[in-house]
Ligand binder design. Structure first.
Ligand SMILES: Cc1ncc(C[n+]2csc(CCOP(=O)(O)OP(=O)(O)O)c2C)c(N)n1
Ligand SMILES: [Mg+2]
Length: 401
């Protein structure tokens, strides 16, 4: 009989084939528990206890990071978390239709987002509020999507940050096409080259779109960093239901490098993302990064994770909190005083107050907007539908319902 270990990560030629083994209940639980371990291949520069791990391969990519820079990364993560918590509360108060929490994924998003250069392009899924922050998208600009009043109110080209994509994995095709364009237009090849980064989840790796994106990007050497945030869950499905191999190892089958980084370590994520983006901008793409992290809250505000996962798993991951380890490191090793932490706290209070104020006073969109904002130009059929709808809507009090 295969051991739980073999069942979870079978090696070729060792033990029975994974597909032939029917797991026992104990093996299933052992497999689920394996989610808390990143394995020996995990790149980590800052331990959960806030200690720096020297690493000759990856240190050069963050050797320029000063205490001031690390404080800024800390600030980015705290503000991002605060926006997330506030928006979550606003949904509970009926101000938003739904919210998608990023709690726990701050380091994966800030580390990779801050590795981007201004000319790079990013394609998010729907949880990338931290990456949005690094691309200069205002937190208030995210709210319309979750209130159901728009599909995102930022300019994707100006921010170099595409609109959110709810259809799982679809943005991987968009990003592959975009990155192929960067290649065809000669925008790769040196330090000033362009690169694209595409965010998706562990569950998305089971989608055909992601496979197709991997194939196209690979055979056209597209400058594309596939950034998979393995937060261990796809709603209620654990990663063990997506793959028999650690996800980063899938890259090998497509012919490009794959690497697993501690997604709760902002420094390691920054280092690995800088390397991957650099490879891409010099023409050596694509690259797959698996950021090993954990979704500490529900999938969305419509989900109740207590129905499908054990609370001790969450407790174990709390000890690996992405923000706490940086805080400890700053205090112990970088002479950071309480004054700095208080200041970041004040700033986050202010940001939360602004978000609340904005959300509570968001104007209702005019009834005709759904017709004017979808197509570049109208059509006789659409115009007729709009006119009929506006006439119907005008029959109600105030003409708005
Ligand atoms: C094509 C498609 N199928 C199903 C869904 C429903 N759905 C929304 S999120 C989700 C799970 C995604 O999990 P993962 O890729 O791990 O991303 P995470 O939400 O954990 O960030 C599913 C199945 C969808 N949005 N699109
Ligand atoms: Mg997931």
């Amino acid at each position: 009989m295969s051991s739980p270990e073999q069942w979870t990560h079978p090696e070729p030629g060792v033990g029975p084939a994974a597909t032939a083994a029917k797991p026992t209940a104990e093996q299933v639980i052992a497999g689920l528990r394996a989610t808390s371990e990143g394995g020996p291949e995990l790149v980590q520069l800052l331990t959960p206890e806030g200690e720096r791990v020297p690493n000759s391969q990856w240190d050069p990519y963050v050797s320029d990071v000063t205490a001031e820079d690390l404080r800024n990364l800390y600030r980015d993560m705290v503000l991002t978390r605060r926006v997330d918590r506030e928006a979550n509360a606003l949904q509970r108060q009926g101000q938003l239709g739904i919210w998608v929490p990023l709690l726990g994924q701050e380091a994966a998003q800030i580390g990779s987002g801050r590795a981007l250069k201004p000319q790079d392009m990013a394609f998010p899924s729907y949880r990338e509020h931290g990456v949005a922050w690094t691309r200069g998208v205002k937190p208030t600009e995210l709210l319309g999507i979750f209130r159901g009043t728009d599909h995102g109110s930022w300019d994707p080209l100006a921010n170099r940050f595409h609109l959110y994509t709810i259809v799982i994995g679809n943005q991987v095709l968009n990003a592959a096409g975009y990155a192929m364009g960067q290649r065809f237009e000669g925008k790769v090849g040196d330090d000033d080259g362009e690169a694209t980064i595409c965010y998706f989840g562990d569950g998305a790796t089971s989608q055909g779109d992601v496979h197709e994106g991997f194939v196209w990007a690979s055979v056209y050497d597209a400058p594309l960093v596939f950034f998979c945030q393995n937060n261990q869950w796809a709603i209620s499905e654990p990663t063990e239901r997506q793959s028999r191999l650690p996800l980063y190892q899938r890259a090998r089958g497509y012919g490009f490098p794959g690497i697993r980084v501690d997604g709760n370590d902002v420094l390691a994520t920054l280092a690995v993302s800088r390397w991957a983006l650099d490879e891409c901008r010099h023409g050596n793409g694509p690259v797959l990064i698996e950021a090993f992290t954990y979704r500490m809250d529900a999938h969305t505000t419509t989900d109740d994770p207590t129905r499908y996962r054990l609370s001790d798993e969450l407790e174990a991951w709390k000890l690996k909190d992405p923000i706490e380890r940086v805080r400890v490191h700053l205090v112990r090793h970088m002479d950071t005083e309480n004054e700095f932490f208080d200041q970041v706290q004040d700033e986050s209070d202010q940001l939360a107050a602004e978000l609340r104020e904005f959300c509570q006073n968001m104007p209702e969109p005019p009834p005709g907007r759904m017709f004017s904002e979808v197509y570049a130009e109208g059509s006789p059929v659409l115009d007729a539908q709009r006119d009929a709808y506006l006439e119907y809507a005008a029959g109600f009090d105030g003409g708005e319902h």
